[in-house]
Design a protein around this ligand. Structure first.
Ligand code: URA
Length: 219
């Protein structure tokens, strides 16, 4: 099956999947060049996106378009979508269950397109691929996830609120050609810090000193 047909099939399944959360908001499936090398993935549609059934068409979208043009490309050259494909009420953060519900469809969408590089826009899209990543530490790094390169950047809406983030977002966008060409090599994802689930040395004896105020779970 060709890519267009595969994507049309996924979109049609999503339209009729009554179990998907955030109905009755419109489905904002994604758009762009299905033969693209670079796929941009954001968080969830907002009011403008819901109305027009297109991703990133508000102020943040105009900034994204501008950044894409800065690389010498057009918006139509890349593919743009979100991890959650219906607008959460009042633009609240997507819930873990909502992200999980849309995941099988996003997985198929990515597999159908097969991009060389996934640029995640904002914390939610980054943590979808890299649960242990931190935006301040990991933005602008090319990280290997399941055989694909993921490049986290700040969300355009965040850059519109902060001159510092705007500067960082522009700098990170400037690295995209080097990531694509392989001049900037992809690294393994940040190490997972082991969670402390048991006392490291058996814990203090009952009634022993020194535990008052210790964070619960550590002893
Ligand atoms: N913010 C997102 O994360 N996605 C959109 O489509 C629009 C705004």
């Amino acid at each position: 099956m060709d890519t267009h047909a595969a994507l049309a099939e996924i979109e049609q399944e999503m339209e009729v999947d009554a179990a998907l959360p955030l109905r009755p908001a419109n489905l904002v499936f994604g758009e762009g060049n299905v033969e693209c090398a670079v796929m941009f993935i954001g968080e969830a549609p907002g009011a403008n996106e819901d109305r027009l059934k297109r991703p990133f068409v508000g102020r943040g979208g105009r900034l994204l378009d501008d950044m894409i043009r800065g690389l010498g490309w057009k918006r139509e050259d890349v593919y743009i979508t979100n991890i959650v494909k219906r607008r959460p009420p009042e633009n609240r953060d997507p819930l873990p269950g909502e992200i999980a519900a849309y995941k099988p469809y996003l997985t198929r969408q990515i597999d159908a397109i097969g991009p060389k590089l996934i640029v995640t826009l904002g914390r939610f899209a980054m943590n979808y691929f890299l649960p242990d990543a931190k935006m301040t530490r990991d933005h602008g790094r090319a990280l290997l996830v399941g055989g694909r390169t993921v490049f986290p950047v700040y969300h355009p809406a965040a850059a519109l609120r902060s001159a510092e983030m705007m500067k960082v977002l522009r700098e990170d966008f400037g690295k995209i050609p080097d990531v694509l060409s392989g001049r900037m090599a992809a690294e393994p994802p940040p190490a997972v810090m082991p969670k402390v689930t048991a006392p490291p040395f058996g814990g203090p004896k009952k009634g022993g000193k020194g535990t008052a105020g210790a964070p619960s779970g550590l002893f």
